[in-house]
Design a protein. Structure first.
Length: 339
């Protein structure tokens, strides 16, 4: 059966594409390492594979579906017309057209994208979340008294730490107002301002729809950051290699986690996954305080699948090599229309 299964790998593009666009040179670049890695794994697994990159034309997807007739779409498209807000619309389109696809469905993507709604849901279910407030564009900027300094000011619906820098860490009402205005204007985005949680920055990777597997926990270490400086996962902390080297930032497996705390983290993350209606695979970002209180920071459905990123590294540590991980994601995707 495996030899006959047809998989369409779906990517997003930065500019208009054609149905038979040659992506061979693009797939050699660092920006496309995830897509290249997935295609290589699909080939090794013996699937019949086609790929398509879309920019702003879903007709191409309809045409490709009619001619290739895939059994499942391996969905790596997380933006449409250069807008990441439309990732849930892409999977809604796939679902409406009866196409099985990998990763998270539209409701999970929508709930996780809105950092305020996800925290309200989890707070209601007694999962620890930082005290927070959302401030829409055009509204009066005011800090509620319950929100104590220091505070992190972030775009409400951005991903990959976009809009988060050291200036996001504010300690006065003047800084608070300035940063909120900056995000409103620069990113054309509403704001979430939340209490800064001092503690370890942990990343928990999960695979599954109903029965979940939690992979070994990763941690972002801040080795060269002075003890009195804020330790936050800024955009540069995630994506700028020179910056990471300068401040001794390292992603590695969490060490010295007490077994009872580990069980608490795993069970909490499984609850988060189900409460936010995530399916397929996701990474949950947490802060754990020195007294072992676990705080939810955000959930990332369909995290980056590159072999050197946290999700694949965690799977490998759990004895799930990359091709097997891709195969398991596909098997879960084949169930999307039945679940």
């Amino acid at each position: 059966m495996k030899k006959k299964l047809k998989v369409l790998a779906l990517f997003d593009a930065m500019a208009p594409t054609t149905i038979d666009q040659d992506l061979s040179e693009e797939l050699k670049t660092e920006d496309r390492k995830t897509e290249a890695g997935v295609l290589k794994a699909l080939d090794e697994l013996g699937y019949r594979v086609a790929h398509l990159a879309i920019f702003d034309n879903l007709d191409l997807l309809t045409q490709k579906n009619e001619t290739f007739r895939p059994d499942v779409i391996f969905n790596l498209a997380d933006q449409f017309n250069n807008n990441r807000a439309f990732d849930q619309n892409i999977v809604a389109f796939l679902a409406m057209h009866g196409m099985a696809f990998t990763g998270c469905g539209s409701s999970g993507l929508t709930l996780c994208k809105h950092k305020g709604i996800s925290k309200k849901i989890l707070g209601y279910h007694r999962i620890h979340v930082p005290e927070f407030v959302t401030i829409a564009r055009g509204k009066r900027i005011a800090r509620p008294k319950r929100l104590k300094f220091p505070i992190l000011v972030k775009p409400l619906k951005e991903e990959a730490s976009l809009g988060i820098s050291q200036a996001s860490f504010v300690e006065s009402d003047e800084q608070f107002k300035e940063r909120v205005q900056f995000i409103h204007e620069k990113y054309d985005n509403d704001v979430i301002a939340e209490e800064y949680i001092e503690g370890r920055e942990l990343y928990v990777s999960i695979l599954g729809n109903h029965r979940l597997q939690v992979f070994p926990i990763r941690e972002l270490l801040f080795k060269e950051v002075p003890p009195d400086e804020p330790k936050i996962a800024t955009y540069k902390a995630k994506w700028d290699e020179e910056y990471r080297k300068r401040w001794g930032l390292q992603n590695r497996f969490a060490q010295g986690v007490d077994p009872a705390l580990q069980r608490d983290i795993e069970e909490t993350c499984k609850r988060i996954y189900h409460l936010l209606t995530i399916d397929g695979y996701a990474r949950i970002d947490l802060r754990v305080t020195p007294d072992n209180k676990v705080y939810f920071i955000e959930a990332n459905p369909n995290p980056i699948l590159a072999t050197d990123e946290d999700f694949a590294q965690s799977a490998l540590k759990a004895n799930v090599p990359y091709p097997q991980l891709i195969e398991r994601i596909i098997r879960l995707g084949l169930n999307t229309l039945r679940d």
